[in-house]
Unconditional design. Structure first.
Length: 133
């Protein structure tokens, strides 16, 4: 058996309205202004219709603004990803250059070693007996 939450009773006391939880306080002014506007309807049907029409406009505005913010957030994320990719590419290129430089240095060191070995081999003493004779 499924249980459904009962619809909260709406009273005419604005302090007892079952507002949704608003931890950030972002809708405080909306609630306060809405309650004041309702208080100014004063039983006039035209004012009630205008008030409800304004609420619909506000709801449409909220949806449109939400979509705009989602798109802007997606653009910011995409731009951040592009920056990260560019930084990674620069780092990869720097690493490649470092590897190439190390290989060149290794080749130079190997060539120097061979040259030094060749010099040592050419100056190697002959047998001791031959030199003294």
């Amino acid at each position: 058996m499924t249980t459904t939450n009962p619809t909260p009773k709406i009273t005419t006391n604005p302090n007892k309205l079952p507002w949704t939880q608003d931890r950030s306080g972002a809708r405080q002014e909306l609630r306060r202004g809405g309650a004041r506007a309702v208080g100014r309807i004063l039983g006039d049907k035209k004012r009630l219709e205008d008030y409800l029409a304004d609420l619909e406009i506000l709801a449409e505005y909220g949806r449109a603004k939400y979509e705009e913010q989602i798109a802007a957030q997606a653009r910011r994320v995409a731009n951040a990803n592009k920056r990260v990719e560019a930084q990674e590419a620069v780092a990869r290129e720097a690493a490649k250059r470092a590897v190439v430089d190390k290989r060149r240095a290794l080749k130079r060191a190997e060539a120097d070693l061979k040259s030094a070995e060749a010099r040592v081999a050419s100056k190697a003493p002959t047998k001791v007996a031959e030199k003294t004779a």
